[in-house]
Design a binder for this molecule. Sequence first.
Ligand code: UDP
Length: 244
Amino acid sequence: MSTGTLRKNELIYEGKAKKVFATEHPDLIIQEFKDDATAFNAQKKGQIRNKGVINNELSAHLFEYLETFGVRTHFVEKISEREMICKKLDIIRIEVVMRNVAAGSLVKRFGMREGTELPIPVAELYYKNDALGDPLMNDEHAVVLNLATLEEVTLLKQTAWKINAILREYFLSKGLKLVDFKLEFGRHDGLILVGDEISPDTCRLWDLETNKKLDKDRFRFDLGDVEEAYLEVRNRLLGSPANA
Ligand code: UDP
């Protein structure tokens, strides 16, 4: 497929961290990564300098990496600093969170101590619904809410487990602990593909030695060094830029 000359058409969706544009190809969209950051269901708003550039690079890299293990994603091609071409998905309104270490809402909900290694990974489903605040749900809830069939939900969870195994190992090799992360999926041509992004906006990543948080928690909780943390993850995965 030649995508080199693909033109950006109208804006079809603007989210918290990205804009999505139609293209002249009905099956392809352009995803543009912004520096805008939000947390706590958009109650906290701000900007993280260069986040869009870094998340575009990291997402492209991680999608390509996953594809080498046979994981199908919506990623087609990175075309500029902040833009990637992706397959157009019929989005499934389920967020799948995978956890290896207790943090965030797991700590709040169950009173676990932050940093506790989980004996097995935990997959959680959330109903992607801003008005309801993305509530936690189980497989049957997803089916009765008409979000997916039971077979599809099972496939989403299996895929999330597989991605977790791949990425956990990969981040470990870069001196990073994959604490937890969120995935989104969509339907395309009879297949279910991984969509959205995989970046420090959607993953918790801690330095293996010091447990320093290198992800959006630095923004959420005003921990400082936010830009530096995103850049640190970028440089560990992709190497320092030649002109740095
Ligand atoms: N996450 C996300 N988008 C969301 C909710 C969660 O990317 O709308 C990611 C989050 O960055 C973390 C993981 O999913 O890596 C688990 O998030 P958690 O349930 O702990 O909620 P949080 O504390 O982030 O609100």
